[in-house]
Design a protein around this ligand. Structure first.
Ligand code: NDP
Length: 449
C-alpha cells in the first residue's frame, strides 16, 4: 500500500489483516479509508477510545450459503452465495448483489465496507451491506438464470426485509435477475413487500431513473468537479470503461452534457469510435441481444475493435472507469495524465489501484472516488424505498432532479470536508471523512453495539 499509516491506525490495520486473511480487496478498501482518518482521530479522540473504527471494520453479520440448482441439461450445479450485513447504524443494510465467477468473501466485504461510507454520504437513512455469488450468468439461458435466482432466494429470504436488509443489482444482476429474485421472495413470504428490493421494474414498484442513476450520478459528479475549476464537460473527449448498466448511462449523460465519448469496453476488448460511440447500438447489443461488444463493428465499420486492448491508453480529457475493481493501475494512470486527462470519476467500485490514485493526486487532476462519484445509484434506490413506503410514484424528471441535487450535495460535502481537514481538492479525504463522521456519530449515540 502506498501511504504509511500512523501508529494507532496501523495497529487497527494489522488486526484487520489478521482477522481477514487472504481477503486482499477488503484489505485494500480498509487501508484506503484508514489513510485518511489520521486527522479525525486527532480532532475526535473519543472515537478512537470507543473503538469506533475497529467496530466499523467488523461486519455485524456475514452469511454464506450453498445454492444448488439444475441447468438446462438436468445437471446439478452448486454455487456459493454471500450476504455481508456490514453496518446498520444509519438504516437497514443496503447494497447490491453481484453475480460473477470472481466473487468470494473478500470481494463482498470490500464492497460492503465501501457501501457504509457511500450510503452515509447520500444523507439518506441507509446502512451498508453487499451480497453476491460466484455464479457466472454468461451464456446461461433465461430459465437457468431463473432457477438459480429462485434457489438463492430460498435461503436469502430469511435474512432480508424492508426494515432489515434491502438488496439491489450490481455486476451480473440487472432487471431480469431482480424480477426473479423478488418474485421468489414474494412467493415464499406471501407478502408484496416492495421495499425489500430496489431496482424493480417501473410497473411493479420500481423507480423512474434507477436504471440510469449510477451512470448519470457519476457524470453529475464530474460536472461539479469541473465547475469547481471553472470548467465544464462541453466539448470534452471522454472514455468510459465497461458497457454494462453504469457505463451505458454514464455515456448517455456525458453526451447530453456536450461531451464526445469515443471509447467503451467489455472484459474482452475495447471499441474505439472516433466519430462518437453509437449508444443506441451499444444498448441494443448489451441490453437486448446480450452480445459481446465486438459485434459493434458489424454495423459501424469505421470503428476499431481492439481485442484485449487497454482503454486507458486512449487520449482523453475525462476518464470514467465503470467496469470493475482494480481495472486502472499506476501505469494506466500515468498514461492518462501524460495524455492530458483532467478528470477521472469512478462509476465502478474501487477501480483505481492505490498507485493509480497517488498518480492522479500528485498530478493535481480532479479525481472523484467511487464512494462519492457513484453514490447516485444507491441514493436513487433510497428514493425508490421512499416511494414504496408512501405508495407513491414520481416522474422521471422529478426523480432525476432529486438525483442531481443529491450529487451536488455529495460533491459540496466532500469538497468542504477536504478543506476543513487540510486537504483542499482531495475528494478521497473529503468522502472518507464525511462518510465516517456520519456513521461514527450514529454508532456513538447508540452505545456499545
Ligand atoms: P454490469 O454487469 O451491468 O456491467 C459490468 C461491465 O463491466 C461489463 O461491461 C463487463 O464486461 C465489465 N466487467 C465486469 N467484470 C469485469 C472484469 N473482471 N474485467 C473487465 N471487465 C469487467 O455491472 P454494473 O454496470 O452494474 O457495474 C459496474 C461497476 O459499477 C461495478 O464495479 C459495480 O460495483 C459498480 N456500481 C454499480 C452500481 C449499479 O447501480 N449497478 C452502483 C454503484 C456501483 P463483460 O460483460 O465482458 O463481463
Amino acid at each position: 500500500m502506498s501511504v504509511i499509516l500512523d501508529e494507532k491506525l496501523e495497529l487497527i490495520y494489522q488486526d484487520v489483516l489478521h482477522r481477514n486473511a487472504g481477503e486482499t480487496e477488503f484489505h485494500q478498501a480498509v487501508h484506503e479509508v484508514l489513510e485518511t482518518l489520521g486527522p479525525v482521530m486527532v480532532k475526535y479522540p473519543e472515537y478512537a477510545e470507543r473503538k469506533i473504527i475497529q467496530r466499523i471494520c467488523e461486519p455485524e453479520r456475514q452469511i454464506i450459503f450453498r445454492v444448488p440448482w439444475q441447468d438446462d441439461k438436468g445437471e446439478i450445479q452448486i454455487n456459493r452465495a454471500f450476504r455481508v450485513e456490514f453496518n446498520s447504524a444509519l438504516g437497514p443494510y443496503k447494497g447490491g448483489m453481484r453475480f460473477h465467477p470472481s466473487v468470494y468473501l473478500g470481494i463482498i466485504k470490500f464492497l460492503g465496507f465501501e457501501q457504509i461510507f457511500k450510503n452515509a454520504l447520500t444523507g439518506m437513512p441507509i446502512g451498508g451491506g453487499k451480497g453476491g455469488s460466484d455464479f457466472d450468468p454468461k451464456g446461461r439461458s433465461d430459465d437457468e438464470i431463473m432457477r438459480f435466482c429462485q434457489s438463492l432466494m430460498t435461503e436469502l429470504f430469511r435474512h432480508i426485509g424492508e426494515y432489515t436488509d434491502v438488496p439491489a443489482g450490481d455486476i451480473g444482476v440487472g432487471a431480469r435477475e431482480i424480477g426473479y429474485l423478488f418474485g421468489q421472495y414474494k412467493r415464499i413470504t406471501n407478502r408484496y413487500e416492495s421495499g425489500v428490493f430496489t431496482g424493480k421494474g417501473i410497473n411493479w414498484g420500481g423507480s423512474c431513473a434507477r436504471t440510469e442513476a449510477t451512470g448519470y450520478g457519476t457524470v453529475f459528479f464530474v460536472q461539479e468537479m469541473l465547475k469547481a475549476r471553472n470548467d465544464s464537460l462541453d466539448g470534452k473527449t471522454c472514455v468510459v470503461s465497461g458497457s454494462g448498466n453504469v457505463a451505458i448511462y454514464a455515456i448517455d449523460k456525458a453526451m447530453q452534457l456536450g461531451a464526445k465519448v469515443i471509447a467503451c469496453s467489455d472484459s474482452n476488448g475495447v471499441i474505439l469510435d472516433e466519430q462518437g460511440i453509437d449508444l443506441n447500438l451499444v444498448k441494443r447489443l448489451k441490453e437486448v441481444e446480450r452480445r459481446r461488444l465486438s459485434a459493434y463493428t458489424e454495423e459501424r465499420s469505421h470503428a476499431k475493435y481492439l481485442p484485449g486492448g487497454n482503454i486507458w491508453q486512449i487520449p482523453c480529457d475525462v476518464a470514467l472507469p465503470c467496469a470493475t475493481q482494480n481495472e486502472l493501475n499506476g501505469k494506466d494512470a500515468k498514461s492518462l495524465v501524460e495524455n492530458g486527462c483532467i478528470a477521472v470519476a469512478e462509476g465502478a467500485n474501487m477501480p483505481t489501484t492505490p498507485e493509480g490514485i497517488a498518480i492522479f493526486q500528485q498530478a493535481g487532476i480532479a479525481y472523484g472516488p467511487g464512494k462519492a462519484a457513484n453514490a447516485g445509484g444507491v441514493a436513487t434506490s433510497a428514493l425508490e424505498m421512499q416511494q414504496n413506503a408512501s405508495r407513491d410514484f414520481w416522474t422521471f424528471e422529478h426523480t432525476e432532479a432529486r438525483l442531481q441535487e443529491i450529487m451536488v450535495n455529495i460533491h459540496r460535502n466532500c469538497f468542504e470536508t477536504a478543506e476543513e481537514f487540510g486537504a483542499p481538492g482531495n475528494y478521497v479525504v473529503g468522502a472518507n471523512i464525511a462518510g465516517f463522521l456520519r456513521v461514527a456519530r450514529a454508532m456513538d449515540a447508540m452505545g456499545v453495539i
